[in-house]
Write a protein that binds this ligand. Sequence first.
Ligand code: OGA
Ligand code: NI
Length: 351
Amino acid sequence: MASYGVVENMFVQELARNGQDPPLPYIAREDDRPTNVSSPASPIPAVDLELLFSSDGDSQTSEMYKLRSALHSWGLFQAIGHGIPSSLIDDVGKIAREFFHLPTEEKRKYSKAVWREGNETDEIAIEGQVIEWCDHLYLQVLPEDERDLSCWPENPSSLREILNEYTKKIKVVIEVTLKAMAKLLDLEEDYFIKQIGDKATTFARFNYYPRCSRPDLVLGIKSHSDGSRITILLPDQMVDGLEVLKDGQWVNVHAIPYALIINVGDQMEIMSNGIFKSPVHRVVTNSEKERISLVMFLVVDGEKEIGPADGLIDEDKGQPRLYKKLKVKEYLEVFYRNSLQGKRSIDWAKV
Ligand code: OGA
Ligand code: NI
């Protein structure tokens, strides 16, 4: 459609600044539009990561129990006791905001320098695709020797250092979470860690959702689940926007200050043979305040295989294999193709 050219290569932020109503390609299909969210029957579960490995047996058991139930029924939880200082979290928010507030020309320098890496607004890949009200800065942060620093902004000047510090902390959070997940499944504690090996590829995506004059018509991020193994989100400290689909209802994810939101990705749903659920979620915008988040996606080398852990399959005990064994890259190929059309891929991975 010709009108798409108008918004191509244009940052959503600029549209927002001009106070323009969202152009047609941003308007969500009627049945996808933001709805009144329901208050959850129970709050989004909070889990203290420190207690998961506490020497006090009772607190440890009860925290593990909370985690299990969160991963099974919600597919996500708020992580507290994660060991990341609040000052670092504030700094991350600050550099993100500073970056997105830079003049467009400055940001354009980092525009798509590498495949999917860099600073971008949604791509228009297929006709009729609805575009999201969000600009991104997408960077590979791990392994360290695979970073392409040419994509890492030098402005604000502390961005690289702060992102590096934050990544180190997130690496620990990922390890702790993966260990706890393995224990919950009665697998060897290092089961998931060994699989990612020293190629714990992690991508950081800064999301910037400008204010929108018609939040009722657009989505910051359309309904999706993550193709990652697990995802660690640092939400905006002031502004909500993330919603998760729980029992058929969209529920607002309101985080405790300085908590992280950790969610199961499709790859972990597959490896846990469906015991952990990869949640469907989306982001809504609002007319008053912009919102910023930083998402870290743990993925792995595409040549590695994923499939339910052997220890979880026992036909005799009524635990049949629910998902195929596949290469990570096979899954991700299907995942990206389907995501463009707003479709999930997890069913395709089922046996
Ligand atoms: C994502 C995502 C949520 C948010 O980037 O995949 O779900 O709150 N982000 O920005
Ligand atoms: Ni997501």
